[in-house]
Design a protein around this ligand. Structure first.
Ligand code: ATP
Ligand code: MG
Length: 598
């Protein structure tokens, strides 16, 4: 004991000292032996410190030394856990006979250990924000423990105090409570077991199943991979939605924003994309931020029913969670994705949605008294999202070759994409898919405004056949849109214009797609091919979808070779001709039952 105290004092002596506070408190259970006290006093004299003995009956054995904001704790209470795991380890292989003997030995061998912790005190707490005195060496975004049980994240580091946000909204904290450093920036424990699970922002399971074993702690904030370790996007990430795969293609490692007003099918596009990754060796992470719990439950059910939970992780913070939890959710989701990225996997992350994330951050910032900027958001809200989305990447082969593709969602107000948060995220991402309420109510679903949607890098990753057929589609759709507006003003239109308008309408009809029914890439290719070649020009508008579905089935049954070629992304004039012939044959033989009027 005496030796232990002397050791602890030497730790204290290395600490930089304030001028007046040269008192060191030694907290002990009962009076110490005089010889021990003398020894300690002489040691303290050497380093010019004064001793204050404090007798504390809550300590049963051992001691505590408190000096400034440092606590050296060698009490039996704080050693209880250590002792337990020490004994468990030592008695692991004991038999019934030698158990008592081993236990005696182990207890004799056990040495009381001391833990050194830096502590501060709570000086103010309100609205989930804690102001803390002390903790001079605290790091930015370090996890602090208040009263040994309530975690908080240090967000404001000022000269005389620290502003920390509480993760638990209902934490029972009063002024004067002790705050300890953990010396760890916020991180999340991950392992392969997390696949198929629903977890909260800190990685704790909330699906009522067993606890998840931890293989590695991933920091929730991490610097994005540098330019040298990346490579350009070159593989497609198929969403199963024809309009997107053809016109706004997404590549693995890309960041594609999905934005639109409330209830325009934003979430549905992402869920369909997740469902479409079945058997494609892609791991999906769905991060839900500030949504209603009932909605999250419904999404988990949908994913389960579609068999998509096997390769998906759902990480959520609901609307009733603290702003701090909502704030860290997308970072935690990315940390999980990075765990799999390190293993060379392709990962898809959906952030649903970043508007609520920005609002949670605004709440925290205002409570921390940071000055409000445009739309009352703090000045660094752009940085907040850019450092998150920069972590999506496509790594070069030397670095494992994995990728993180991200689909952030932003909710707009009355279709206004020029407000602060939408413009920010538009400029960070590699393209956007803009959904419109008008289109949605007209029945054009997914309600994608093709004119305002763009993918800046995805076409490099498009498959060859898709690239060939989609190029023509873009031109004819643009022509259609132009003429559509024009024809609204003039009643009479010539036959050529009428033809373009009709073909345009059929294209729109083919691009309509129910949610939860992703199409295979080949199906989309055939559908667009049929339009481009004018094969459905004489098929009634309402029968176009049925025609293509039956045609696809026919190819699958009768022309498996051709289907195989297309599935393997082969495309040349010969295949094109063969496909054309098959379509014409199908139309001639099987198409009698379908109305052919326009
Ligand atoms: P919120 O703003 O509330 O998050 P959201 O934009 O995410 O809404 P969703 O929840 O995806 O929209 O969809 C809204 C409704 O539209 C849902 O009931 C969904 O079933 C329906 N819906 C979405 N896409 C389609 C589609 N392609 N075909 C038919 N119905 C659809
Ligand atoms: Mg939604």
């Amino acid at each position: 004991m005496q030796q232990l105290i002397i050791e602890a004092i030497s730790i204290i002596s290395t600490k930089e000292r304030k001028k007046d506070s040269s008192f060191m408190d030694l907290v002990v259970p009962s009076v110490l032996e005089k010889s021990v006290v003398n020894e300690i006093l002489s040691r303290l004299k050497e380093i010019n410190l004064r001793l204050r003995l404090v007798f504390d009956d809550t300590i049963q054995d051992g001691f505590k030394i408190i000096y400034d904001d440092l606590i050296v704790d060698a009490s039996i209470e704080s050693n209880a856990n250590e002792l337990e795991s020490f004994l468990n380890k030592r008695l692991e292989n004991s038999t019934k006979e030698d158990f008592i003997e081993n236990l005696k030995k182990a207890i004799e061998e056990y040495r009381v250990q001391y833990s050194v912790s830096e502590v501060g005190t709570v000086i103010n707490v309100k609205d989930g924000i804690c102001m803390i005195n002390g903790l001079k060496d605290c790091m930015y975004q370090e996890i602090l423990l208040i009263n040994k049980q309530y975690p908080a994240i240090a967000m404001n580091i000022e000269k005389y105090q620290i502003g920390a946000v509480l993760l638990d909204k209902n934490a029972d904290i009063i002024i004067g409570d002790i705050v300890e450093r953990t010396k760890q920036v916020a991180s999340i424990g991950v392992s392969e077991e997390i696949l198929g699970r629903v977890v909260d922002a800190l990685g704790n399971p909330i699906d009522g199943k067993s606890i998840i074993k931890i293989d590695k702690y991933m920091p929730i904030e991490k610097v994005a991979p540098d330019v040298i370790s990346r490579k350009p996007v070159d593989k497609p990430l198929l969403t199963g939605i024809t309009a997107i795969d053809a016109l706004i293609p997404i590549g693995r490692g890309q960041r594609e924003l999905i934005l639109g007003d409330r209830q325009t099918g934003k979430t549905s596009i992402c869920i369909d994309t997740i469902i479409n990754q079945k058997d494609k060796d892609i791991i999906c992470v769905y991060a839900s931020i500030g949504q209603k719990q009932s909605k999250i439950a419904r999404i988990v059910e949908t994913l389960k029913d579609a068999g998509a939970m096997e390769y998906t992780i759902v990480i959520t913070s609901s609307a009733s969670d603290s702003a701090a939890k909502q704030f860290i959710t997308p970072y935690s989701a990315t940390a999980i994705a990075e765990y799999f990225l390190e293993k060379g996997k392709d990962v898809l992350v959906v952030y649903d949605d970043l508007t609520k994330h920005a609002i949670a951050y605004r709440e925290l910032s205002l409570l921390l008294r940071r000055p409000p900027g445009r739309e009352a958001y703090p000045g660094d809200v752009f940085y907040l999202h850019s450092r998150l989305l920069e972590r999506s990447c496509c790594l070069s082969e030397e670095n494992g070759g994995g990728s993180i593709t991200s689909l952030p969602i932003i909710e707009t107000q009355a279709g206004d994409i020029t407000s602060y948060i939408p413009t920010n995220v538009i400029s960070i991402t590699d393209g956007q898919i803009f959904l419109e309420t008008d289109l949605f109510y007209k029945g054009i679903r997914p309600a994608i405004n093709i004119g305002l949607s763009v993918s800046r890098v995805g076409s490099a990753a498009q498959t060859k056949p898709m690239k060939k057929v989609a190029g023509k589609l873009k031109v004819s759709l643009a022509q259609y849109r132009e003429l559509e507006v024009f024809s609204q003003f003039s009643g009479e239109v010539d036959t050529k214009t009428k033809e373009i308008l009709l073909r345009g309408q059929k294209t729109i009809e083919l691009l309509k797609q129910k949610n939860l029914s992703p199409r295979s890439n080949v199906f989309s290719i055939v559908a667009i091919f049929v339009i481009n070649k004018g094969i459905v020009d004489d098929v009634g508008l309402e029968y176009v979808n049925k025609f293509v579905e039956e045609l696809f089935e026919y190819i699958g049954n009768e022309h498996t070779n051709l289907l195989e070629e297309l599935e393997n992304n082969h495309w040349d004039e010969e295949i094109e001709e063969a496909l054309y012939k098959v379509c014409i044959d199908f139309k001639r033989v099987n198409h009698n039952g379908i109305s052919e009027t326009n």
